[in-house]
Design a protein around this ligand. Sequence first.
Ligand SMILES: NC(=O)c1ccc[n+]([C@@H]2O[C@H](COP(=O)([O-])OP(=O)(O)OC[C@H]3O[C@@H](n4cnc5c(N)ncnc54)[C@H](OP(=O)(O)O)[C@@H]3O)[C@@H](O)[C@H]2O)c1
Length: 347
Amino acid sequence: MSAESRWAIRVDAPGGFEKLRWVRLPCEVLRPGEVRVRTESIGVNFADCVVRMGLYESAKKYVGWPIVPGFEFCGTVIECAPGVDLAPGQQVVGITRFGGYATEVVVPAEQVFELPQGWSAREAGGFSVTTLTAWYALRELCKLRAGDRVLVHSAAGGVGLAAMSIVRACGAEAIGVVGAPHKCDAATHAGAAHVIDRSNCDWERALSDLAPGGVDVVLDPNGAATLRASYRHLGPAGRLVIYGFHEMFSRGSGRPNWPKLIWQWLRTPRFDPLQMTNHNKGVLAFNLSYLFDRLDVLAEALRELQGWAEQGLLRPSPTTSFALSDAAEAHRALQGGATVGKLVLVP
Ligand SMILES: NC(=O)c1ccc[n+]([C@@H]2O[C@H](COP(=O)([O-])OP(=O)(O)OC[C@H]3O[C@@H](n4cnc5c(N)ncnc54)[C@H](OP(=O)(O)O)[C@@H]3O)[C@@H](O)[C@H]2O)c1
């Protein structure tokens, strides 16, 4: 590979796993305030699969086609714009609004922070997005306090495990719901006080036994499958946070199942503000890609997360690696719905 080119996984048109193509691209130009990083590990997020299928709104807004997916990485700084307070050779963890599935990325210096001591570059590549998602839901939107009770759906996934660690770091209590028995240990290890395996029980009944008065916060990335029930199990002043709709997709399939998508969309509850006021419950939703427009919030998040990391309260989740050129296999595994923790791509 010449000094002016890099390798990347690019999607030229929406579709299945086969759309993730290994291509050679010119290096990006370094602008003021930016750093160039040689990636050592790149996180895979469910959102990347949604980008690949052509259903991710902010990908259309900010990039269009073709697109190099990828929101996060860990790597070594190889070049800095003048005035940037980093040096070549430093290992950093960072986020990027798309473009992460590449051997080299260029990002504003505010979007990276130094690799915490004792963390491996491999694990750290999958740390940022899930942790920032959980942080934004729990700290920015819900102002989580010690003693609060939080229900986390898909508790052994990337966001789920990160949420569990943050709940514990805040002195609150997490109840995790998982979809298979092999996921229970990971959720417990990450900090869940209780884990409900919904594959072998009625999760709502199990939750009512654990929290008869309801919970303070529910994190729900499922969509129509659980939103109504999640709202029902909020206690007084409880908040339901919505940040995903993964049950809209068919497990194991790389392509959208349009009848299922439409049916799930029709089933999605429309929450009534009058009722929410009467019930004293709130419904919130967000998309992290817009956080790139709020660097002040991002800085606050990174400060708090770094503090927890230094105190040993926060660590990267258990991680499974794939070669960057095998990104399709990583997407296939994530969309299979059986993975635990984070998946990363290693160039
Ligand atoms: N709004 C945002 O800014 C934002 C940012 C990051 C992530 N997210 C969302 O958060 C959710 C979790 O993301 P993640 O990357 O951490 O993924 P993940 O939780 O590691 O993996 C997906 C998990 O979701 C469950 N699942 C339910 N339906 C599924 C389906 N049709 N296909 C595959 N898995 C399914 C499975 O767990 P169980 O069977 O155990 O439930 C699976 O293990 C996703 O919905 C993602 O889009 C949103």
